[in-house]
Design a protein around this ligand. Structure first.
Ligand code: ATP
Ligand code: MG
Length: 550
């Protein structure tokens, strides 16, 4: 599927190709990304952003950013800013920034127009009554007792609604279509409601606000959108989309709504409402917590815009809902980083190694390649002396089957240095291993031309005297599958570890990414990393079989 998508384009591009062939919009292609500023964008939005912006780009058209701010109660300036930052970070440029609320006057005029044509009426029923009389999929709904009000009365009442004469919910404006329509969304849908709330843009000018199904098509039409791309759950709303524009008759040809499947990813919640709850309940440290599937969170986690765009490209544009495995996202970032970042040695759960036959006070500089796949990325040196640290997982007192790393009596290669043999483990009074006494073979120095005996294990190390302490946050997803196969909140999504790193990491700057050799990819956290303290977030693990014991 993926290769097809990249080479042949997607079904949306086929629709545009046909429109261009028939001259429907005179070759014009205009899309929009229309977020409601009621939360931070998540990776599902990234899919929509990539699709809308790259479609416009492909056809030499324009994609605008439009804030769908028709819901005064939930919107916030912080979100407005964050949305722009995220789109820019992904690498896209909008034509204009538009606000749906700038069209409130036009929308009001359109509503009045509909009333004048006998196509809308003011209903006094409560929201609950309206929903109760809507009927079911198999039965028609019931006409409102207010459906046959005269045009004059409707005009007067609608004006009074606008002027603030009624309380929230006391009245509403409904389209007069048919309560028998097989499509529930066409059963005299509510198109304006009363909300006495201050709007971030229009202040207290309005106390009536258009409903999404009515406002959205008008926003598209006013701006001259040609192809209005939205997610599949709006397929059943397409008739009301078309109706809202056609009945007014101001716009021809009208924009066309095209639906595609929304992106779902395993282990990720893709809904601003739920994500906001995580933030409000303090389950995470803000919208940009690196465990959040928000674009801000993923960015702080160390993902690159290239990886996200590649991911959106690979999943393609589907007409049926499905859930993408999070492993694909991980694959994309791993692939992007593997030839971009340098490697560093970092020790987790350290055990000290003392090389009993290594001269005291001596230090050697060992040469390490920065990226084994990219020789042009050069080399660095790291100090090596009598006392080192190795990963706790690289030693076993009693080796498991096929364990080739350090255990008493076994010889392994210390990467870029010498062969060492473990002679004994030293324990404290409580029986915990505190250090390993090893011997080294001076003849086996790496790079000395030594091509002697084979050893099965190679492990990494850092020099104890010059090691730098760093904090590493091992991050997991916020959702995990429980035993019943349900996705539940992961209470252990962050494990903070103190690690020892080679000296160069003391120079790491916020936002620097590295491969921690044999561990995975990490980024110096953009908020927590200072000159004195280095805090790293895990980006993604290595694909290697490291954890399984080879
Ligand atoms: P949420 O339910 O998370 O609040 P939303 O759809 O209400 O999402 P909007 O701000 O209204 O969020 O969405 C802006 C655009 O992003 C819409 O065109 C919407 O269809 C699209 N979008 C939102 N979520 C996804 C997703 N998971 N996959 C693809 N597109 C999405
Ligand atoms: Mg929404």
């Amino acid at each position: 599927m993926n290769e097809d998508v990249r080479t042949k384009g997607n079904f949306i591009h086929q629709i545009i190709d046909e429109d261009n062939a028939t001259g429907k919009y005179d070759g014009k292609v205009q899309t929009r990304f229309p977020p409601e500023p009621n939360g931070y964008l998540h990776i599902g939005h990234a899919k929509s952003i990539c699709l809308n912006f790259s479609t416009a780009e492909k056809y030499g058209g324009v994609c605008n950013l439009r804030y769908d701010d028709t819901n005064p109660e939930k919107e916030d300036e912080e979100y407005v800013k964050a949305i722009q930052e995220d789109i820019k970070w992904l690498g896209f440029k909008w034509g204009h920034v538009f606000w749906a609320s700038d069209y409130f006057d036009t929308m009001y005029d359109v509503a009045v127009d509909l009333i004048k044509q006998g196509k809308a009426f003011v209903d006094d029923q409560s929201a609950e009554e309206i929903s109760r009389t809507r009927g079911t999929l198999t039965e028609p709904g019931i006409d409102s007792p207010y459906r046959d009000r005269s045009i004059e009365e409707n005009l007067r009442l609608f004006e009074e609604m606008r002027d603030g004469k009624y309380a929230d919910g006391e009245k509403c404006l409904r389209a007069k279509i048919s309560m028998a329509s097989p499509n529930m969304n066409m059963r005299d849908p509510v198109i304006y409601r009363i909300v006495h709330a201050t709007h971030h843009n229009t202040g207290d000018k309005w106390c009536i606000y258009p409903m999404y199904d009515f406002a959205h098509p008008l926003e598209d039409a006013i701006e001259g959108v040609t192809h209005s791309i939205c997610t599949l759950e709006f397929e059943d709303h397409r008739p009301i989309y078309d109706w809202s524009i056609d009945e007014v008759g101001w716009w021809d040809p009208r924009p066309q709504q095209i639906e595609f499947a929304r992106l779902n990813i395993t282990n990720m919640v893709m809904s601003k409402r739920y994500l906001k709850a995580f933030v409000d309940e303090g389950k995470v440290d803000g919208w940009d917590d690196p465990r959040m599937p928000t674009i801000a969170g993923i960015r702080r986690r160390g993902y690159t815009p290239e990886a996200i765009r590649d991911f959106c490209d690979r999943i393609g544009v589907a007409k049926a809902n499905s859930t993408v495995e999070v492993e694909l996202l991980e694959h994309c970032i791993r692939e992007d980083l593997q030839e971009k970042v340098e490697s560093r040695n970092v020790i987790f759960d350290p055990i000290k190694v003392v090389i009993t036959n290594y001269p005291e006070g001596q230090t050697e500089e060992m040469v390490m390649e920065n990226n084994r796949n990219v020789p042009e990325m050069g080399e660095r040196t790291v100090p090596f002396s009598r006392e080192l640290y190795i990963d706790g997982a690289d030693f076993m007192e009693v080796p498991a089957k096929k364990y080739f790393r350090l255990y008493p009596g076994n010889e392994v290669r210390f990467k870029g240095a010498y062969f060492l043999t473990c002679q004994e483990s030293i324990r404290d009074e409580e029986g915990n291993i505190v250090e390993l006494h090893c011997t080294y073979d001076p003849e086996t120095r790496s790079g000395s031309g030594f091509e002697g005996r084979k050893v099965k294990g190679t492990i990494h190390w850092v020099d104890a005297a010059t090691a730098v302490k760093i904090k590493v946050r091992e991050l997991d997803y916020l959702m995990v599958e429980n035993e019943e196969g349900e996705q539940v909140f992961n209470e252990n999504s962050m494990v903070v570890k103190e690690c020892y790193a080679e000296p160069l990491l003391a120079e790491a700057k916020a936002g620097d990414r590295f491969q921690f050799f044999r561990h995975g990819y990490y980024i110096a956290d953009e908020k927590l990393t200072t000159d004195d303290e280095k805090v790293f977030n895990s980006i993604v693990g290595l694909k290697s079989s490291y954890k399984t014991g080879k």
